[in-house]
Design a protein around this ligand. Structure first.
Ligand SMILES: [Zn+2]
Length: 156
């Protein structure tokens, strides 16, 4: 007997895996590609993204995304490991792609809710796994998720 929460998690994971493939296709990206290349392609959709390292010390955060005018500004923790850094940037890009932060917001920083954080995290993990085109190391949940299994079967 599988818990409903587990089934919901798998379903969301599967939906996100399809969503990241769709957005990559729309942007003309084929794996492997990184978050910087992805952000560069968003420019053609009128979305300007500046990505830069930060000590993030004062906030105790891993990453942050703000919007002002036509620009999105992503900061990531500069002392994070390489894989983690990439996941942080994907996570912040997720907030943009999922519409959690938009330039028309009055406040500099968007409202963070646990639900938005969770969605951004699942999107980021799915995108990082897809974009990396690697079968190891960079696929934190993908290696065990039912969504991965179904996708792998579908690709045979
Ligand atoms: Zn977040």
């Amino acid at each position: 007997m599988i818990e409903k929460a587990t089934r919901d998690k798998w379903r969301l994971r599967w939906q996100m895996e399809r969503a990241v493939r769709r957005v990559a296709r729309e942007l003309g990206l084929t794996p492997p590609f990184g978050p910087h290349m992805f952000a560069g392609r968003l420019v053609c959709k009128g979305c300007y993204i500046v990505i830069e390292p930060s000590d993030m010390g004062r906030h105790g955060l891993y990453g942050q995304c703000t919007a002002a005018g036509d620009y999105y500004h992503i900061r990531y923790r500069e002392n994070a490991g390489m894989g983690q850094r990439e996941l942080i940037i994907w996570h912040e890009l997720a907030h943009i792609v999922l519409g959690h932060v938009t330039p028309d917001l009055k406040e500099r920083q968007f409202t963070i809710t646990p639900e938005k954080e969770y969605l951004a995290e699942v999107w980021a993990e799915a995108m990082m796994a897809y974009a990396s085109a690697l079968g190891w190391g960079l696929r934190p949940r993908a290696a065990t998720g039912i969504g991965r299994l179904i996708q792998d079967l579908a690709e045979r």
